[in-house]
Design a protein around this ligand. Structure first.
Ligand code: FAD
Ligand code: NAI
Length: 465
């Protein structure tokens, strides 16, 4: 008889949530993690450390630029060592928290690198080189993702860094070039700009944040530009040469043309992430990842019997909360329940200032699908809480089906937009009409009223703007 019902390879949001849910459902479960800490990319080198630096750097900028207006006179001084230390402390507490949850839910944490060693077998190589075989009824692959490399730009984690390096720079750069105007580039670019760097973002496409509602992305770019970020859109980096103290980059228009050079103290390469399956032994169970390295699944089932996969290593947005949804649904299916994820309702948030948050379809997607929709929009300039706090940038926009009024998409740009999108996730999960939100009493004075006023705008009865 197998030792385990489920062995999970990878201890990130996909893996640890799968382990916890399996424990809750009474399955005998082990989670194999090689990095020495639970929490995966998200807790160790992703969501959490980046949010720690975004928060601290936002406070620094507020103290520098905005406190005086509120009648608070201070002269802030950056202590980067302390900023990094508080980040590390929070991360440590969070990863230990997952260990606690494993114990509480009777999930075994097996330290080491896992490899599928044939049907129902996972070989685990410990730090000391010893190997143990775990026998199991089901295997769940949750090995996550890694940064996508770029030809001609070699990451050395000294002068040319990826997101992991950019979370631990030894000093605030004087100048930073970010390659890729995506979520990582703009979040970490914001951190270092606030801490003193001249930030230039080089993006291949003619727009920033592809996939984000275009009107929202344009407003976002204007706002970041006003804060001092420089954008070079429609531009590709063909080479980067790192010296002792600076990097020289060669840029060209994306469509081809004359090359130019650009120098900076540091370069952050952030052009996306790719599925990570190195050394996983997929061939021993006949799984071949697709051209992009992604493991193909049907409701988390891979092509091999009783081998499942969740999170960044499969299709869908590479987000921690999506990995968590995958994990819960996958384990529920293994346990004979009806696990399900609605990928249209996976929200996205960019934790910059202002924040950008969305759920459901963009206007561009609705147009492409030929769906007739109505728009309700409300600016934060007309929201009393935003006004009183001097934070009036941005808007909330609700897209609703022209015939049924069902909410199809919501896009918010403004301070704490990430906190505002949750109510729309719930509303859309319950197939709400815009009128359902418009007729729901919201607390005053809060930014959430802007979300409600946008819903009222769908039928043209916005009352505050
Ligand atoms: P991962 O978190 O990558 O975990 C996989 C784990 O598997 C890793 O710990 C790895 O060590 C381990 N592993 C791999 N192979 C093996 C093996 N053979 N044996 C044992 N262990 C193995 N998402 C958000 O939703 N919100 C955010 O704010 C956010 N911020 C981010 C900021 C940055 C800088 C980055 C890089 C990512 C961010 N993300 C964010 C994305 C988020 O981190 C990922 O979507 C999420 O971590 C995916 O979870 P996962 O479990 O699929 O994979
Ligand atoms: P991304 O996919 O968000 O953005 C990459 C950007 O790089 C795109 O704009 C793309 O057009 C551009 N690009 C691609 N190749 C290029 C090239 N050769 N030269 C110049 N630009 C190029 O990827 P990113 O920012 O690396 O983040 C990876 C993933 O991590 C995100 O997709 C997201 O899923 C996750 N993440 C989520 C966060 C959040 O939820 N707040 C925060 C950080 C990361």
């Amino acid at each position: 008889m197998a030792q385990y019902d489920v062995v999970i390879i990878g201890g990130g949001p996909g893996g640890y949530n799968a382990a916890i849910r399996a424990g809750q459902l009474g399955l005998k479960v082990a989670c194999v993690e090689g990095r020495g800490k639970l929490g995966g990319t998200c807790l160790n080198v992703g969501c959490m450390p980046s949010k720690a630096l975004l928060h601290a750097s936002e406070m620094y900028e507020l103290a520098n630029k905005d406190f005086a207006k509120l009648g608070i006179e201070v002269t802030p001084k950056l202590n980067l060592t302390q900023m990094m230390a508080q980040k590390a402390e929070s991360v440590e507490a969070l990863t230990k928290g997952i260990e606690f949850l494993f114990k509480k839910n009777k999930a075994d944490y097996v330290k080491g690198w896992g490899r599928i060693a044939g049907p129902g077998k996972v070989a685990v190589k410990a730090e000391d080189g010893s190997e143990t075989i775990l026998e199991t009824r089901h295997i769940v692959i949750a090995t996550g993702s890694e940064p996508t490399p770029l030809n001609g730009v070699e990451v050395d984690q000294k002068r040319i860094v990826d997101s992991t390096g950019a979370l631990s720079l030894p000093e605030a750069p004087k100048s930073l070039v970010v390659i890729g105007a995506g979520i990582i580039g703009l979040e970490l670019g914001s951190v270092w700009r606030r801490l003193g760097a001249e930030v230039t973002v080089v993006e291949y496409l003619p727009r920033i944040t592809p996939g984000v509602d275009e009107e929202t992305a344009k407003t976002f770019q204007r706002s970041l530009t006003k804060q001092g970020m420089t954008f070079k859109l429609g531009t590709k980096v063909t080479a980067a040469k790192a010296g002792e103290t600076e990097v020289e980059l060669t840029l060209e228009p994306a469509a081809g043309g004359e090359a130019e050079t650009l120098k900076a103290d540091y370069v952050l390469l952030a052009i996306g992430r790719r599925a990570y399956t190195e050394g996983l032994g997929l061939e021993t169970v006949g799984i071949t990842p697709d051209k992009r390295g992604v493991i193909e699944t049907d409701h988390f089932r891979t092509s091999a019997e009783n081998v499942w996969a969740v999170g960044d290593v499969i299709y869908g947005p590479m987000l921690a909360h999506k990995a968590e949804e995958d994990a819960v649904a996958c384990i529920e299916l293994i346990a004979g329940k009806a696990g399900h994820v609605d990928y249209n309702l996976v929200p996205g948030v960019i934790y910059t200032y202002p924040e950008v948050a969305w759920v459901g379809k963009t206007e561009e997607a609705l147009k492409a699908e030929g769906v007739a929709y109505k728009v309700g929009k409300f600016p934060f300039t007309a929201n009393s809480r935003a006004k009183i706090n001097h934070e009036t940038e941005g808007f909330a926009k609700v897209l609703a089906d022209a015939k049924t009024d069902r909410i199809l998409g919501v896009h918010i740009i403004g301070p704490q937009a990430g906190e505002l999108i949750g109510e729309y996730c719930v509303a859309m999960a319950f197939a709400a009409a815009s009128e359902d939100v418009a007729r729901t009493c919201h607390p005053h004075p809060t930014r959430s009223e802007a979300g409600r006023q946008a819903a009222m705008g769908v039928e043209g009865w916005t009352m505050q703007a």
